[in-house]
Structures are given as structure tokens and as C-alpha cells.
Design a protein around this ligand. Structure first.
Ligand SMILES: [Zn+2]
Length: 268
């Protein structure tokens, strides 16, 4: 069967592969000891208003405080470490410290779900367009005009973002920086986190599988147009320009992913 691999392709339900998506029966599942520890550590981070890099208590102190086995404590901390929410330095002078809240890590968790459910890259791209156009529209609708200008003005400088021989990692980080700035202007942290996870996931996979740098000048140019629309408060235009921008990026992705596009999202 031939697959339509254009960005406009709309895959309803995708291929009939993968594990069926459950109806949510695990909603009320009781937490395991390690999850309880993880939850309590997170509560303490919030209650004590800790910031990234701040040290957490030592293992000995936590063992006493939470009253769990060493095994459960370590498993609980590991759960948070995988999400990037804490960092653990091993060895003398090491210990756990507060990490970050990074949609990239949420994207990795989602990739696992998407992969097992058999969700395709086409479905991911469709979701990504929906997500980023919504964020761009909300960013332009942000009532704080000064904030819109402040956050978007750095992206009006063409030359600062054009580096012909930029390292791939720097390019991806720079590109993501623009989309993160747009998302932050949306004024909704739930949307910012969940919607940005798609973009992070796409970027991670594209940088792993292919190389988006050949079109970077065009991307800088479209970022500029989106930034201008957001500054002027043109919500529909910002959304539309974002859509066109992503379709451009997706066209490159499709070329580089080849047959993978119609297959399930990989858990990389
Ligand atoms: Zn972009």
C-alpha cells in the first residue's frame, strides 16, 4: 500500500499496529513505595521553594525522614532522575540536587507511549502543527505587549541566528529556543509543557535521524515573520505563519525519515 507522505497527509487512526490504547483503568492504581518517595521528594522541593541546582537531603537523612527501605528510596529518586527533575552525582561529595522541568523529557516519555501504541510520525507531525499553531496564536494574544516585544525582538535579528557552519546541537538548541519563547508567551504552562513536548520530540528525532541545517536560513526568515506577527498581536497570522513554517520543516523531515514516516514513532 502506498502511503501519502505529504505534510498535508492526515492519518486517521494510523496503521492498525501497536498495542491498543487502554481506557484509563490505571487511574486509581495505588502508588508503590518508590512512587510515594518520589511524590514526597517533589512535595518537599515545592514546599521549600527549591531551585534548580539546590541540594536535596543526603540518602541517610532521606531514609530516616521517609521511613522506607534503601532500595525503595533509590528507586524513587531514580524515577525523578529519569525525568530530569533531580540530578544525582555519585561518589564522595555527591548526592541528589534539584533538576529542571523540561518538556524534552516529557517528549521522551511520550515517545515510548506513541511507539507502543503504534502511532506514526505522520500523526506526530499533525499533532505538532496543531500544538504550535495554538501556542503561536496564544502568544500573539498575550495582553502584555511589552513582554511580547521583549521576548520576540531577539529573533528579529537575522544575522545573529545565521551561522553557516553551526554545530548540529547548537542549531537545534537555537531553533528550539525560538519555539520555547513563543510557548512561554502563551501564558498557559499546561499547554507550554505538553505542546512543546511534541516539538522537542520531533527535533530530537530529526537531529538523530537526519540534519535540518540545509534549510536553516529559510527557517530563520520564517521565525522572523512569526516574531513580527506576535509582537503586533496578530493572532491568526502568527498561527498561519507557524503552520507554514512547520510544514516546511516537516517536508524536510519526511525526506530524511523516508519509509519511517508511515511507521511508528521510535523510542530513541
Ligand atoms: Zn522553527
Amino acid at each position: 500500500m502506498a502511503h501519502d507522505t505529504t505534510p498535508q497527509a492526515r492519518v486517521a487512526g494510523g496503521d492498525a499496529t501497536g498495542i491498543p490504547i487502554a481506557s484509563g483503568k490505571s487511574l486509581l492504581r495505588p502508588l508503590k513505595a518508590a512512587e510515594v518517595v518520589a511524590r514526597d521528594v517533589v512535595r518537599d522541593i515545592t514546599a521549600n521553594r527549591l531551585a534548580p541546582g539546590d541540594s536535596l537531603e543526603s540518602e541517610a537523612e532521606m531514609l530516616q525522614k521517609y521511613g522506607v527501605s534503601r532500595e525503595s528510596l533509590r528507586e524513587g529518586l531514580r524515577l525523578l532522575e529519569v525525568q530530569g527533575m533531580i540530578n544525582i552525582r555519585r561518589g564522595p561529595g555527591g548526592g541528589p540536587s534539584v533538576g529542571t522541568v523540561d518538556p524534552g523529557n516529557l517528549g521522551r516519555v511520550e515517545a515510548l507511549f506513541f511507539h507502543l501504541a503504534g502511532a506514526t510520525y505522520q500523526e506526530l507531525f499533525q499533532a505538532w502543527i496543531l500544538a504550535e499553531t495554538t501556542l503561536a496564536g496564544l502568544a500573539a494574544a498575550n495582553e502584555d505587549a511589552d513582554l511580547r516585544s521583549e521576548r520576540m525582538e531577539p529573533f528579529l535579528d537575522r544575522d545573529a541566528h545565521r551561522h553557516e557552519h553551526q554545530e548540529l546541537a547548537d542549531f537545534v538548541e537555537g531553533h528550539e529556543g525560538f519555539h520555547a519563547a513563543v510557548a512561554a508567551l502563551s501564558g498557559n504552562r499546561v499547554l507550554e509543557l505538553t505542546f512543546r513536548a511534541y516539538g522537542q520530540l520531533v527535533s530530537h528525532h530529526v537531529a538523530t535521524v537526519g540534519d535540518p541545517r540545509p534549510i536553516q536560513d529559510a527557517l530563520v526568515e520564517t521565525h522572523l515573520g512569526i516574531a513580527e506577527a506576535i509582537i503586533r498581536g496578530y493572532s491568526d497570522a502568527a498561527g498561519q505563519l507557524m503552520r507554514e513554517h512547520l510544514e516546511e520543516v516537516i517536508a524536510i523531515n519526511i525526506e530524511q525519515l523516508g519509509d519511517l514516516v508511515a511507521g511508528p514513532v521510535e523510542w530513541l
